[in-house]
Design a protein around this ligand. Structure first.
Ligand SMILES: [Zn+2]
Length: 407
């Protein structure tokens, strides 16, 4: 529903100027504006640097399972993506963005086309661009260490933005057709965050999931084609009240987190205090956590280094597999995720062997919502609750003044 703001008949020049500064025409737009939903891009001052100061990950109250899942994803990308399911206002996006200060570093291509030394090793010098071929021949490195980035997929992204299209710049200057890298190629070795994944169009979701599963993807545009690496940790969030997620999509997410609001009043109060402090003086608030955040980032780095050495023995893997079968889970992805999450957890604890306890701890997030009955029940209970609330709301009004009539 859109409510129009009433026209002010006593418009003077100042009011007119005010209108220009706040480009909203309806109350709904105004509400979105003040709640930051459609915040215009921040204007960068001359010489100034636009910076975003994420809320410190360690300052998020409660939500242990969500925080654990995100950390496991940073330690071991093979957990296969993280889906955060829950209503608005449960810190899903805040938690994802707060990872920025914890992200480890990776070797990354220095080239616009993403050429890597592995390309030369597998396909020879023709497999990279001429610049990189020359560099490689001279022994100049094609990569440099770089921080893992958080790439956010805009809700209005088109399929060309996601997979890439014809590079017009190269077409004009080099008189040859090349494909411009899309968001998926940019997401290589990064985190790709998709808010409201259940609202994305099917073709885009399919392209993302196929690339995530294969780690590479090929784009064909007329006579040209290009293959890109796309090894990223996919993080999706959704509000189940706003639309269903196809079961095929759900199956592609390794870790599934049901994010609920905080239920203890003390926790809610403390969460409010921290948010309030963050909003009023972000720097000092972030400063309070900076030492611990640096420590946490170091821990993640060493867990990543240890991960390749972490093993899961048959005497633990076999009972795990039979348990997944007992739960009626058909998808092999369930136990792959489960074991990989267990390995990440062991690595986080500085150990090289997965124990039963590790698997027990991470099991719920890996195994829930694997049977389709679970999913339909979940949506069913949501619908029932909606119905109950709207029934109660029909009687939610000021009591009728019926007393006089009785007399
Ligand atoms: Zn290159």
């Amino acid at each position: 529903m859109t409510i129009s703001l009433p026209e002010n008949p006593t418009d003077d020049e100042a009011v007119a100027k005010e209108r220009v500064a706040h480009p909203f025409r309806t109350l709904r737009e105004l509400v979105d504006y003040v709640s930051g939903k459609s915040l215009p891009p921040i204007e960068v001052e001359e010489g100034g640097k636009a910076e975003s100061l994420p809320f410190p990950f360690l300052a998020i109250i409660g939500q242990q399972e969500m925080k654990l899942a995100l950390l496991l994803g940073l330690i071991n990308p093979n957990v296969g993506g993280i889906l955060l399911i829950g209503p608005r206002g449960t810190a899903k996006t805040t938690a994802v963005r707060s990872l920025l200060d914890l992200l480890p570093s990776v070797e990354r291509s220095l080239c616009y086309y993403g050429c890597l030394p592995e390309d030369v090793e597998s396909g020879g010098l023709d497999a990279v661009c001429p610049d990189c071929a020359a560099k490689f021949a001279e022994g100049i490195p094609l990569t440099a260490p770089d921080r893992v980035r958080l790439i956010e997929l805009p809700l209005n992204a088109r399929i060309e933005d996601v997979v890439g299209g014809i590079d017009e710049r190269a077409a004009v200057t080099n008189e040859r057709l090349r494909i411009r890298r899309g968001i998926l190629a940019q997401a290589d070795k990064n985190l790709l965050y998709i808010d409201e994944i259940n609202l994305l169009s099917d073709d885009i979701v399919d392209a993302i999931l196929d690339a995530a599963a294969a780690g590479t993807y090929t784009v064909r545009r007329g006579p040209v084609s290009a293959t890109y690496r796309a090894r990223f940790v996919l993080i999706g969030s959704m509000n189940p009240e706003e639309g269903r997620l196809r079961p095929q999509i759900l199956d592609r997410f390794g870790l599934r987190i049901i994010v609920k609001g905080l239920d203890k009043p003390d926790e809610r109060l403390e969460a409010y205090r921290r948010v309030q402090l963050y909003l009023s003086s972000p720097r000092s608030m972030i400063g309070q956590y900076s030492e611990e955040m640096i420590e946490a980032a170091k821990e993640i780095k060493s867990a990543r280094t240890l991960l390749p050495k972490v093993i899961i023995s048959d005497k633990i893997a076999r009972p795990g597999i039979s348990m997944a079968q007992k739960m009626g889970i058909d998808s092999l992805r369930a136990e792959i995720t489960w074991f990989e999450a267990g390995r990440a957890y062991a690595a986080a604890d500085g150990r090289t062997e997965v124990t039963f306890d590790d698997l027990r701890l991470v099991a719920p997030m890996c195994l829930r919502l694997r049977r389709s009955a679970f999913m339909s029940e979940y949506f069913m209970s949501q619908q029932n609750e909606e119905a109950e609330i709207s029934k109660l709301l029909t009687n939610f009004a000021a009591p009728k003044k019926a007393g006089r009539r009785k007399k």
